[in-house]
Design a binder for this molecule. Sequence first.
Ligand code: ATP
Ligand code: MG
Length: 430
Amino acid sequence: MGSIQALRGTRDILPQEVAYWQQLEGVARQILSKAAYQEIRPPIFERTELFERGIGEATDIVGKEMYTFNDRATPPRSVTLRPEGTAGVVRAYIQNSLYATGGVQRLWYTGPMFRYENPQAGRQRQFHQLGVEVIGSASARADVEVIAIATDILQTLGLKNLHLNLNSVGNPEDRHQYREALVTYFTTYQDELDKDSQDRLTRNPLRILDSKDQRTQEIAQDAPSILDYLGSDSQRHFEQVQQLLGDLGIPYQINPRLVRGLDYYTHTAFEIISDDLGAQATVCGGGRYDGLVEELGSNPTPAVGWAMGLERLMILLQELVEAPQQVLDFYLVSRGTLAEAQGLQLAQKLRQAGFAVELDLSGSAFGKQFKRADRSGAIACLVLGEAEAEAKMVNLKWLKSGEQLAITQADLLERTDELRGQIADKLQSN
Ligand code: ATP
Ligand code: MG
């Protein structure tokens, strides 16, 4: 029988890659907590209806990308693996009355998302996002705060060649006018549009601007611009955002073709794009979604947020830096019944005292265990043979210099401060 392979569009994140993931999460966590954002962990599956209402039925995500199935409930009930994070966070905000504390909720999340897409570099069916949602502020400062935080995270990770693209999609009234202008314009070219765009012409014409088809893109070049359809409130908001970005020294480019694929977005829309990623170049996408909280059944509440695609960041990060190595203090070698039992105890006590200790479990000849000790990257090797075990001793060997000393196990455990100092010295001289 053949072995079972992971599903197409999913991948294992192997131990040597996990260091990068932890680095990224560590940087994000620190920057977010300094800005008073709190982590939230909503469930990974929800009622299908949440995404239908929250993302919009005319979007690619809801139309053809969701992992949707009936669970075992009677009567049948449709559930969906979350394709994105915002709808679940807003559902949690409403259900748990997070608005009751008054003021603004600043939330962030990270975890896997699921979309039935065509897998390619930077595009998977199970992928990971880290996102923020600021719920309860209509201020342009909130838009700019979330953009500034995204920028900070990417800069702190050391990523370069990133560009911020900015647009406003106005409010629903502005968009209503714009939509009509778009339909009129694209109808002239109806036969030349790609198949999806032809379908969108009546259902969701803004999305035609998003088409990846070359001819459609050419046609879209001369389409009317949303910026000519913004009412005075929308214009003012957009100008404030630009002013505040300028004050913070965050460069941006206005791209009037930038529309987010999701129906609940209002005003600010933005993307951060990398020069180093080929076709799947957007590492962060977000914007304002003043319509969503009401759409999901609560009082109208303004909100703004973004989501980063972590696989794409990981591609950039791995090219940039060496994997952070785990540092091992001791590699413990033992052989013989008594020695092996004492070795396990000693390893455990050293770990409780704060040292990183790898215990060799092989029971093989000392020579083989020593080779593994050398390869482990540990600072020192602890050696327990039957003779040491009988005498409650242990041999400590500094692996770089080869210096050795015999010490009682009790002494070793008593002199942990001294040991820590010695290890720090050896690390420094490496
Ligand atoms: P794209 O245009 O690349 O399909 P999107 O507009 O569908 O992106 P969003 O829904 O805004 O993306 O998600 C935010 C970010 O999540 C994207 O900018 C991207 O970095 C990442 N992302 C989206 N879909 C995938 C996927 N299938 N695999 C990996 N990352 C993804
Ligand atoms: Mg997509």
